[in-house]
Design a protein around this ligand. Structure first.
Ligand code: TMP
Length: 206
């Protein structure tokens, strides 16, 4: 595998998706071969998993949520991420393995070590080379997405989103070289400039 996997993580409304698209355009202008994708719905199977969460009357237990996200992840790695990395691509993913630790681990109370173990299996060891963590007060994030049609997770109480944020910050504390913290409350252009600087520095060292 000669490519590079960069993942985008953060609480709802943190602006990670917008920043990922901006970074992709910038990397392409520099002549890099880039692919973008997202979880859970980066594959047809993953899209079905996301739809399943939205079905009326479907109430998965926390560990069932974990299994469903892991199923989507294994398919995603096999169908898309690994083949792209084998072709030397820069792969940008809007959420990946850390999301399950933050949401189902810290948010729902599943043992984070169990999730890490399952992540190792589901990804076959394909872990991000760099993770950009867009950190924001969840109250502000939820305010930003007000008016959109919200999914099951976005509709959770503020306390849930606060636990998710704390989870992401814990992940960052444990792996501060891979996970770079970005203060997402600032204007998008300022955030974008910092994202570029981090990614440039990453490629210089890679
Ligand atoms: P999105 O907001 O980036 O579209 O992500 C989809 C939702 O799925 C988001 O609310 C977070 C949630 N999610 C988890 O709870 N666990 C996971 O492992 C992943 C990938 C997403």
């Amino acid at each position: 595998m000669s490519g590079v996997l960069i993942t985008f993580e953060g609480v709802e409304g943190s602006g990670k998706t917008t920043q990922m698209m901006r970074l992709e355009r910038w990397l392409r202008r520099q002549g890099r071969k880039v692919e973008h994708t997202r979880e859970p719905d980066g594959t047809r199977l993953g899209a079905e998993v996301r739809r399943l969460f939205e079905r009326p009357g479907v109430q998965p237990q926390p560990l069932v949520e974990v299994f469903l996200f892991m199923a989507a992840r294994q398919q995603h790695v096999a169908e898309k991420i690994r083949p792209w990395l084998d072709r030397g691509r820069v792969v940008l993913s809007d959420r990946y393995a850390d999301a399950t630790v933050a949401y189902q681990g810290y948010g729902r109370g599943v043992d984070p070590d169990v999730i890490r173990e399952l992540n190792t299996r589901a990804t076959g060891g394909v872990m991000p080379d760099l993770t950009l963590l867009f950190d924001l007060d969840p109250a502000e994030g939820l305010r930003r997405i007000r008016g959109r049609r919200l999914d099951r997770f976005e509709r959770e109480a503020l306390a849930f989103h606060r636990r998710v944020r704390r989870g992401y910050l814990e992940i960052r504390r444990a792996e501060s070289k891979r996970v770079r913290l970005i203060h997402a409350a600032r204007p998008p252009a300022v955030v974008e400039a910092e994202v570029r600087a981090i990614v440039e520095e990453f490629f210089r060292g890679a």
